[in-house]
Design a protein around this ligand. Structure first.
Ligand SMILES: N[C@@H](CCC(=O)N[C@@H](CS)C(=O)NCC(=O)O)C(=O)O
Length: 266
């Protein structure tokens, strides 16, 4: 006879350890040894930021899938905190933190620039990237992890209002933040944009954007961007990987713990 609890346990979904769909093709194309190595996890939105940047810039890189919850020695060597993404470039140098890594790739001056050249326009991009990190991302997880239906309504409107501030700061025509081309701010927010439909919609009933709105055009442009598509797995990968967050299971991740205890994100 099967123990009921045990059955329940085995039915729980968990994070995937291998990319699927388009992202798997990209992983395969970047399996061979390169000087620049991205240590990533297929489900991780912070990794996807760096991955999209590499794809846009067409910098040669090697993609190395790691499990950040198991923290293999190979990951701890490039990031002692044991979080993904981390980069190794050359035999000895390594670094981590997705926003820092995006800035590093920018500083290499290889391929398409993601920040504009004008210092004031660059500062504006950094200001809105800070808004994404400081306000949009925490609001996303507070909403996803909240178990109380009433509080979910409050968190949904908080998330929407943080997104609205970003939309109000964007170029009025778009479809991207600075206009017709994807740039730094778009890449910073893109992984969470694609997770609205794949995670917040199925788990929390996140609505479709208002038809014809500036936000709807932005979403569509991000969803159709080549580098976003190339780093995105099949829908099921996200649905499965985020069930832990949607159920707010204990010790899901350092990020989930930080959200639950009201601390800043790791
Ligand atoms: N601030 C970090 C956050 C990175 C992060 O939280 N990564 C998650 C995966 S999505 C991780 O490595 N978690 C491991 C853990 O919680 O122990 C960044 O921007 O790179």
């Amino acid at each position: 006879m099967t123990d009921a609890n045990q059955t329940n346990q085995t039915e729980k979904k968990t994070y995937h350890k291998k990319a699927t769909g388009n992202a798997l093709n990209t992983v395969k194309k970047h399996a061979k040894e390169e000087d620049l190595k991205l240590y990533g996890s297929c489900f991780c939105p912070f990794v996807q930021r760096v991955w999209i940047s590499l794809e846009i810039k067409q910098i040669p890189y090697q993609y190395i899938e790691v499990d950040p919850y198991k923290k293999p020695q190979s990951l701890l060597e490039v990031n002692p905190r044991g979080l993904v993404p981390a980069l190794r470039h050359g035999p000895t140098w390594s670094c981590h933190e997705s926003s820092v890594l995006m800035e590093y790739l920018e500083d290499l001056n290889v391929g398409q620039a993601l920040l504009p050249s004008n210092p004031q326009a660059r500062a504006t991009c950094r200001l809105w990237s800070d808004h994404i990190n400081r306000n949009i991302i925490p609001a996303f997880y507070r909403f996803l992890q909240e178990q109380d239906a009433q509080k979910q309504v409050t968190h949904a409107s908080e998330l929407q209002s943080e997104i609205d501030k970003l939309v109000a700061a964007a170029d009025p025509t778009g479809p991207f933040f600075l206009g017709p081309a994807m740039s730094f701010v778009d890449v910073q927010v893109a992984p969470w944009i694609i997770r609205l439909n794949r995670v917040l919609k199925p788990y929390r009933g996140w609505p479709e954007p208002e038809e014809g709105s500036r936000w709807a055009r932005w979403l569509k442009a991000v969803e159709e961007d080549e580098a976003v598509l190339a780093t995105t797995s099949g829908d099921e990968l996200y649905l499965d990987s985020y069930e832990r967050y949607a159920e707010n299971r204990p010790n899901t991740s350092q990020l989930a713990n930080a959200v639950n205890s009201g601390r800043g994100l790791p």
